[in-house]
Structure formats: structure tokens, C-alpha cells
Ligand binder design. Structure first.
Ligand code: DWN
Length: 400
């Protein structure tokens, strides 16, 4: 682990602490039964803001190998996200990728997005360091390199595959410490007429929507448009399009082409971006959210009701540990991801079970912890609701 004292986007040295979640376990470090009694890895979770460009980043940088070499999250765990990435690929391939052109995805996870592209349409290449995910990608016939994307790897890909007409990196930039190395690799690999398309959660929405549970060690950066435009401009990549996306708590999709400066689309985003942030109010809302969740669970337990958490996303680990909610208040969570089932939430140790457990237990309430998938999850609980079961999202808890 290292302490980062400079802004990774503008290189400024004026980083100011704005929020502190204390010592937290790694959000995706789900425990086996054997690990329950052992000491858990924890690390400070301190958010800083760059006074120069508004970049928001963690002070502590955990070794990426520890976090990403064996990865629990599967992009394909949500059908909505499968459709979302299929649309992204379809739209951008139509616009930028000729027949037999190359599409490279940085952080391709289980190959979900690339597998939505017909193999006869163009060449595809996934790049992701998670060894456990490469098997899934291979089963989907998605060509794969199990490494971190770096400038050195980009040079090797350029030699072996030629330049890429489209490079996609969704929910990846925030996980990368050396963004300059990534950008140099993109600049090298991207065809002169090609496009880089990224998606990242929007920092100002994280604040305004009090999405504190999206702050964890994997997420080194929380992007505003200004720091991203600063970074890409430094590498001769011109932001040409910005579009909002209602996924992962509110994201932005940016398109970059080779070129200098950035388009007029950036200006309205940049003006006032930092002024909209009120970190004191954000901290107050986080504490209110914590007290409300504890109160709600306590009343349910004292009323003899069994509450089950739905979804064991990384954000559930953060929220349960920030609220210090143990199995006395929330006895178990369910999740459809096979490699999470049978494991336990880091820090608070709720067992993670198959969703069928809801019907097996006399569950009075389901509280959705993967709140960004509320609609998809609620649809799956239609039968449970028809039998009188109650479903709530953790971010909009009703009165008990
Ligand atoms: O940035 C990241 C985002 C993109 O994905 C990564 N660092 C890690 C991960 O964050 P997350 O774990 O918070 O992602 P999700 O998509 O909110 O996780 C949803 C969880 O809920 C998964 O474990 C799957 C589960 N799920 C389920 O059990 N039934 C999801 C759906 C839609 C369902 O129907």
C-alpha cells in the first residue's frame, strides 16, 4: 500500500481530506468459513479532493494485484447491464469499426460486453488481470489477455493485432493508479480514426445522491469532467462527447478521439463542478443514512421479523461496515453470483446464500443492498411480494 500525495489527473500537490470512512476491509474480499476466525486485511479509506482540478481520489493506494487478480464481481450478473453494454458496443462499432477492425476492452471482466458483438463483425480482444474470469471469457469464445493494461502491453498488442478502431473501458479508469501509463497505451494502440469510449460513475452525483457505499479501495478515483478532460488533453486525446447514463448510481460516458483540447460539450460540465460540492452536508447525510438503517433493522428485529439483504455487492460491504451492522441485525444476505454464495461479507460476516433462501426462511422483509439494480431484483421477487413479502431499497427505507 502507498500514500498518494499528488493528483493523478493534474499532478497538483493540493490534496485536501474531505471524507473519512476509517479502517475498512476490502469490499470484494468475501470470506470463506475457514477465514472467519482469522484477522482481516483492513486499510484506511480517506477521500481527498484536489484544490486545483477537483479530482477526488483515495489517499491510500492498495496494491492492485491484491484486489484484481482473483475477482468476485461478474459484469454478467445483471441482465440490464448486459443490455447496456450491448448497446454501447453496437452503437460505437457501427460508428468507428470497419469490417475486420479491432475492438479492445480494457477491464473486460467476464467478457460480457465483448460477447455481445457477433464474432464475424470484427475482431475482439479482452484485457483483464483476473485469472478466475478468463475461463468464463474463453467459454464465451472471447479472445483474452490476462494482464493489466499498460503501455508495454499496448505495444505488444499493436505488434500482434494491429491498431484498435475502438477501445472501451467501462468502470475501469477509477481502478487505475497510473492513469498516464494507461493513456499512453491507449494513444499508442488507438487507430488514427479510432475512438476511446469510457464510462465512469459521476463524482457530483455520488455526493448529491449520498452514494457513500461506492467509496472503497478498488475505486481510487471519483471523476468529475474537468480532471478527466485535463488528463486526456495531456495525452492528445480530445473529449468529443459526454452523455449521462443511469447505471451504477449515475455515470457519464465519454468519447475521445485523437486531437488537442476538448469540444464545447465539456465547458458546461466544468463550470461550477467543484462549487456544487458540499462535503459537510454529504457527511451529515451519510450519518443520517446510517442511523436510519440501524433504526429500521433494530425495530424489525425487536418486532420479531427476519430481514434478508438482497445482493452482496462491494457497496454492501462498505455500507454494513460503515454502519457496523452485524448478523444480530442482519442475519444473512442473498446473491445470485455463484462464486459469492457460501462466503461471508468482509468485516460483518453475514453469510451469502442463494436467493432461493428467501422462500425457505420465514422472511418478513427483503432490503435491497444492490440498490442500483432495484428494478431487476424487485421483478425477481414478484412471487415473494404476491405472498405478502415486503421489499425495500436500502436507500429509500420506509417507516417500519
Ligand atoms: O466498479 C465496480 C462496479 C462496476 O461493479 C466494481 N469495482 C465492482 C462492482 O461493484 P458492485 O459489486 O457494487 O456491483 P453491482 O453491480 O452493484 O453488484 C450487484 C450484486 O448484486 C452482484 O453481486 C450480483 C447481485 N445481483 C443479484 O444477486 N441478483 C444482481 C442482480 C441484478 C440480481 O438480480
Amino acid at each position: 500500500m502507498i500514500i498518494r500525495t499528488d493528483c493523478r489527473c493534474c499532478r497538483g500537490e493540493s490534496l485536501i481530506e474531505v471524507f473519512n470512512l476509517g479502517e475498512q476491509p476490502y469490499a470484494n474480499a468475501y470470506l470463506s468459513a475457514e477465514q472467519l476466525g482469522l484477522p482481516e486485511q483492513r486499510c484506511s479509506l480517506v477521500l481527498c479532493e484536489c484544490a486545483d482540478c477537483g479530482m477526488i481520489q483515495l489517499r491510500h493506494v492498495v496494491d492492485a494485484t491484491d484486489l484484481f487478480s482473483n475477482y468476485s464481481f461478474l459484469t454478467g450478473s445483471s441482465q440490464r447491464m448486459v443490455r447496456h453494454f450491448a448497446e454501447l458496443m453496437r452503437e460505437n462499432i457501427a460508428r468507428y469499426v470497419p469490417a475486420n477492425g479491432l475492438v479492445v476492452e480494457i477491464g473486460s471482466n467476464d467478457g460480457t460486453a465483448l460477447s455481445t458483438i457477433p464474432s464475424e463483425r470484427c475482431r475482439r480482444l479482452g484485457i483483464d488481470p483476473a485469472r478466475n474470469l478468463s475461463d468464463i471469457a474463453h467459454e464465451r469464445n472471447v479472445p483474452y489477455i490476462t494482464e493489466f493494461f499498460t503501455e508495454i502491453l499496448a505495444r505488444k498488442v499493436l505488434q500482434s493485432h494491429g491498431s484498435a478502431s475502438l477501445i472501451v473501458a467501462c468502470n475501469v479508469m477509477g481502478h487505475v493508479d497510473d492513469l498516464d501509463d494507461l493513456c499512453r497505451g491507449v494513444k499508442l494502440l488507438l487507430h488514427p480514426d479510432g475512438a476511446l469510449v469510457i464510462e465512469v460513475p459521476c463524482a457530483n452525483w455520488m455526493l448529491s445522491r449520498t452514494e457513500f457505499d461506492t467509496i472503497y479501495h478498488e475505486h481510487l478515483s471519483y471523476f468529475g469532467i474537468r480532471p478527466l478532460a485535463t488528463l486526456f488533453s495531456r495525452h492528445g486525446l480530445r473529449v468529443t462527447q459526454i452523455r449521462t447514463q443511469e447505471v451504477h448510481g449515475g455515470s457519464v460516458r465519454l468519447t475521445m478521439l485523437h486531437g488537442e483540447g476538448h469540444s464545447g460539450q465539456v465547458t458546461p460540465w466544468v463550470e461550477g463542478e467543484m462549487r456544487q460540492r458540499d462535503w459537510t452536508a454529504f457527511g451529515g447525510r451519510c450519518e443520517e443514512s446510517r442511523e436510519r438503517f440501524i433504526r429500521w433493522l433494530t425495530k424489525a428485529r425487536d418486532g420479531g421479523r427476519l430481514v434478508v439483504g438482497y445482493g452482496a455487492p462491494a457497496k454492501a460491504t462498505v455500507r454494513l461496515n460503515y454502519c457496523n451492522i452485524g448478523t444480530d441485525l442482519l442475519p444473512l444476505v442473498v446473491d445470485s453470483t455463484p462464486n459469492k454464495q457460501g462466503k461471508f461479507i468482509p468485516g460483518t460476516h453475514q453469510p451469502i446464500c442463494d436467493p432461493s433462501r428467501i422462500e425457505e426462511q420465514i422472511t418478513s422483509d427483503v432490503v435491497i443492498l444492490a440498490w442500483n439494480h432495484e428494478q431487476e431484483i424487485t421483478t425477481k421477487l414478484a412471487g415473494y411480494k404476491a405472498n405478502g413479502g415486503r421489499v425495500s431499497s436500502v436507500i429509500t427505507l420506509p417507516g417500519n
